[in-house]
Ligand binder design. Structure first.
Ligand code: THU
Length: 144
């Protein structure tokens, strides 16, 4: 059954992304990211960015969140929230290109992507986009 994307559900997704950010393993960039995805059955999977001394092995928070869900048997996600530390000059961090491509593998193009920023005063700000806003002209599975 598809979980309705009501305010309470999306708020829980945002809170999961905010909460997991504290576990970010990012000693090299010192840039903490938390992400959470919502599966059609209402389950939420959260992930952080995980860095490595060999920098290129770093995996972003969004992919870790999606891959956690896939490891639990999920094949589709109906929404994603990503929370970053405040980005200088801009309120919201945005997902990298690699994560957008992985989102296109497991999410519909009209699925909501919630960009989340926590202000210095602890206020949570959310900017709602759709995957198709972030990834126009996507490369999809052949035949789709
Ligand atoms: N990062 C993410 O976790 N998600 C993104 O979409 C962009 C970048 C992480 C990777 C690295 O640990 C740090 O942010 C700085 O690039």
């Amino acid at each position: 059954m598809n979980k309705k994307l009501d305010k309470k559900t999306l708020d829980a997704l945002v809170q999961a992304a905010v909460a997991v950010k504290k576990n970010s393993y990012s000693p090299y960039s010192r840039f903490k990211v938390g992400a959470a995805v919502l599966a059609p059955d209402g389950q939420i999977y959260a992930g952080t960015n995980i860095e490595n001394a060999s920098y290129g092995l770093t995996v972003c928070a969004e992919r870790n969140a999606m891959f956690r869900g896939v490891c639990e048997g999920q094949k589709q996600f109906v929404a994603l929230a990503v929370c970053t530390d405040p980005v200088e000059g801009e309120a919201f961090g945005t997902p990298c290109g690699a994560c957008r491509q992985v989102m296109a593998e497991f999410m519909k193009l009209d699925a909501p992507i919630l960009l989340v920023a926590v202000t210095k005063k602890g206020q949570i700000k959310v900017l709602k986009k759709k995957l198709k806003d972030l990834l126009p002209l996507p490369f999809l599975k052949p035949g789709e």
